[in-house]
Design a protein around this ligand. Structure first.
Ligand code: PEP
Length: 276
C-alpha cells in the first residue's frame, strides 16, 4: 500500500507587498504549531521568495517555499523569466507549473510543460503540475479527454518525476476563484481518473505514491467535505490562502483528514472508464 504525502499549498499569485509577505511567513508557523502529517507550502511572487524563505528559516514548524512558475531553459536571452536554478538559489524547493492562469495567459501547453518539468527536476525542485478542465469542456463531457491529454502530454515516460517528488494538482478551471467548489464526488472522481492516467504515464507504483491535490475555491468552511475523498491528497489554495489564519485553518482540516488515512486506492478502473 502506498503512503502518500498530504499537502497544503498556498498560491499567493500576484498578491502581497514585501512587508505583508514577510509578516505572513513570520506568523504562519505559530498558527500551525502541533499540526502533524501535512506538508505546508507557500508560493509568493518571485521577488519575495528569498525574504519569505529567510523568514521561515530555522522555525520549528517546517513550511517550504515554492515558485509559481519557472522557465524551461537554465539561462539565456529570456527577458523577464526565472530559471529553476534561480528559484533554488532564492530558497524555493518546490515549483508550481501549468497553473490554468499561465495556460490561459501565456499559452502554456503540454510540450512546454514537459520541458519545464524536466528543468525543475534537473534543478532538484519538486514540481506541482496543475491540470483541469474548463467549464465548457466539462459541459461537453470531455473532462477525461482533457485530463488524459494534460497528464500524459506532460509526463509520459517521465518516471523520474515521481522520484523528484511530483505532485499533481487537479484544478477545475471553473472552480478557481469563482466560489464554486467541485463536489467531493467530482473531486474524487477526477482525481481517481488522473491517478489512472498517471499509471499509464509513469508506472503503477510511481502513480500510487504521487500526491494529487484538489484546488478550486477551497475555504476553511468547505475543506473537510471537498478534500475527504480517498484519492485527494490535500489542497492548492488561492484566495483563502491570502490570510494566514484562514490558510492555517485549512491546514488543520487537512491534518484531521491525514490522521484518518490508511488506504490509498489506485485509479486504474476510473481511468479505463469511458471519457466523460
Ligand atoms: C488557484 O489559484 O490555484 C486556486 C485554487 O484559487 P482559489 O482557491 O482562489 O480558487
Amino acid at each position: 500500500m502506498a503512503s502518500r504525502a498530504v499537502l497544503a499549498i498556498a498560491n499567493w499569485k500576484m498578491n502581497k507587498g514585501l512587508a505583508e509577505a514577510v509578516a505572513y511567513a513570520r506568523a504562519l508557523p505559530a498558527l500551525i504549531r502541533g499540526v502533524r502529517g501535512v506538508e505546508v507550502v507557500v508560493a509568493p511572487a518571485f521577488v519575495h521568495i528569498a525574504p519569505v524563505a529567510q523568514a521561515l528559516r530555522g522555525k520549528r514548524v517546517a513550511v517550504t517555499v515554492a515558485g509559481q512558475d519557472c522557465h524551461s531553459e537554465t539561462k539565456g536571452a529570456y527577458t523577464g523569466s526565472v530559471s529553476a536554478g534561480m528559484l533554488c538559489d532564492a530558497g524555493a524547493t518546490v515549483v508550481i507549473l501549468g497553473h490554468s492562469e499561465r495556460r490561459r495567459d501565456f499559452a502554456e501547453d503540454e510540450t512546454l510543460l514537459r520541458a519545464k518539468l524536466q528543468a525543475a527536476l534537473d534543478a532538484r525542485l519538486r514540481p506541482i503540475l496543475c491540470v483541469g478542465e474548463t467549464l465548457a469542456e466539462r459541459r461537453r463531457k470531455t473532462t477525461h479527454v482533457v485530463l488524459k491529454r494534460q497528464v500524459e502530454g506532460a509526463l509520459d515516460g517521465m518516471a523520474d518525476a515521481a522520484l523528484g517528488g511530483l505532485v499533481v494538482a487537479y484544478e477545475p478551471v471553473w472552480a478557481i476563484g469563482t466560489g464554486e467548489t467541485a463536489t467531493a464526488d467530482q473531486a474524487e472522481e477526477a482525481i481517481a481518473f488522473i491517478r489512472g492516467a498517471l499509471e499509464r504515464a509513469i508506472g503503477a507504483s510511481a502513480a500510487a505514491g504521487t500526491a494529487i491535490v484538489y484546488g478550486g475555491s477551497v475555504t476553511p468552511e468547505n475543506a473537510a467535505v471537498v478534500l475527504a475523498g480517498a484519492n485527494v491528497d490535500g489542497a492548492l489554495v488561492g484566495g483563502a490562502s491570502l490570510d494566514p489564519e484562514s490558510f492555517a485553518a485549512i491546514v488543520r482540516r487537512l491534518a484531521t483528514i491525514a490522521a484518518g488515512r490508511s488506504v490509498a486506492p489506485v485509479g486504474r478502473a476510473a481511468y479505463n472508464r469511458r471519457s466523460r
